[in-house]
Every structure is written in C-alpha cells, then in structure tokens.
Design a protein around this ligand. Structure first.
Ligand code: PXP
Length: 237
C-alpha cells in the first residue's frame, strides 16, 4: 500500500523563529505515530535553516518510524548520514548549479560527483533516493549512478503546469521499468494528491508544507489521517 512520509522541517522553522526549544521536532514526530504517517522526512540543509544536527541525531536515534533524510550530496552530509544511519537518504539540490530547469537534481550532469556519495551511503546500509524532475534522461541517469529510488518532483504539477501529470505518469512507469522504486512529492495538497497517489508505480509520497499549514486548522494528526485516506482511496477505486 502507498506510504506517506511526513516532512516536519517546518516544525523546526517555527521553533527557530523564537530561538528556544518549542515546538520540538522529535516530540512532534513521536506524537504522530498512529496517525497514518509511515515515515518521517527531515532535510538537514547546509545552512541549518530549520532542522539542526541535534534534531537529526535525536530523530534518527528514535527510529519509531523510518527516517527519510534529505540532504545535499556533500562530503559533510554523507559523513553525517553514514553516522546517523537513517532508513533512507534522498539527495536533493541545494545549489543553483545542481538544479535542472524545473527544479529537480541534475543527475545527468553530475554523475561523477554523485556516484561515490551514493556508494558510500549504500555501503552504510542506507537506501538512496534522488529527487528528480520527471524527465527520462534524469531517471535513466539515476538508475545508472546506482540509486535505488527516484522521488519525482511534483512541484510543476502542483503549480498547474499543463502536461505535467502525463510527464509524471510516464516518469513513474519508466522508473519502475529501469528497476527504481518510485516516490513523489512537493506541493501536494488534499486538492491535488489524488491523481499522483493513483499512479500504481508510486510507492511513497513525501508531504510537508500543506500538512503543517492544515494543522493550524484541524491539527496535524487529523491532517495526516485525511491525506492518507485520500491516498488510499485513490489507489483502491
Ligand atoms: N520531497 C522533497 C525532496 C522535498 O525537498 C520536499 C520539500 O522539503 C518535499 C518532498 C515536500 O514538499 P512540500 O513541503 O511542498 O510538501
């Protein structure tokens, strides 16, 4: 059944706005067990603008749910990830030069720098995902550099770009056909999640901003439960 990874970076954003300890991302993560959340996603950015090293350490040590650790493919981040050993790492672009026109990681033009980073993560027993646009070149390149998963960037789809659902549909099929597990995420909401969750190749969605925003209205566990209900409904109808 399709899984929901909940990105709690914005819990840290809120905490950092006051510089104290509240709300604490680990406490929030623990409170969400049983809500329909299948995994926790955190992004330790190079500038530490939301999640910090101590958060990443505490959340990976807890491991009450599989942790999806988003990171840039830098020496520093690979060292942190191989030490913390999350369930999975999703390599994302943080510098303009690493980004394709639409916003995903430009795997095709960074094969030589990605290959050793991916190998080190896999050697540590971490499943490696690459966050890419639904472009055939990028998906083929992801398989070629040794990733086990691609996360297809749904941002352009969420922004209403014409033809994007078709590109994601083809991208998900291609990912599966080259042996990659397919995930998707970015900009997904109650209103736009159904066509993406309905794609049979998509094993996991990673969703953050909308859930945290919706939490202000209905609470985070209810927002997660409703998102999961929509995902399962999309899959079973
Ligand atoms: N997947 C990846 C790789 C991301 O970087 C993000 C944003 O942090 C998301 C999913 C979640 O996107 P959103 O916060 O728009 O739901």
């Amino acid at each position: 059944m399709i899984r929901l990874g909940v990105n709690i970076d914005h819990v840290a954003t809120l905490r950092n706005a006051r510089g104290g300890n509240h709300p604490d991302p680990l406490t929030v993560a623990k409170s969400l067990v049983g809500s329909g959340m299948d995994g926790i996603t955190i992004h330790l950015r190079e500038d530490r603008r939301h999640i910090r090293d101590a958060d990443a350490e505490a959340i990976c040590a807890w491991a009450g749910k599989p942790v999806n650790f988003e990171m840039a493919a830098t020496t520093e981040m690979v060292a942190i990830a191989t030490r913390l050993k999350p369930h999975g790492c999703c390599i994302v672009p943080e510098r303009r030069a690493e980004i394709t026109t639409e916003g995903g990681l430009d795997v095709a033009n960074h094969r030589e720098s990605l290959r050793p980073a991916i190998a080190r993560l896999k050697d540590a027993g971490i499943r490696v995902s690459l966050f890419v646009d639904p472009e055939p070149d990028q998906i083929h390149a992801a398989a070629e550099v040794g990733a086990q998963v691609v996360e297809l960037h749904t941002g352009a789809y969420a922004n209403g770009k014409l033809g994007e659902l078709e590109r994601l549909t083809e991208g998900a099929r291609l990912a599966e056909s080259v042996g990659l597990e397919c995930h998707a995420g970015h900009g997904l909401t109650f209103a736009n999640v159904t066509p993406i969750a309905a794609l049979p190749e998509v094993a996991e969605l990673n969703i953050g901003h909308y859930l945290i925003g919706e939490a202000l209205l209905i609470g985070l566990p209810s927002a997660i439960a409703e998102m999961k209900r929509l995902m399962i409904e999309a899959r079973t109808r």
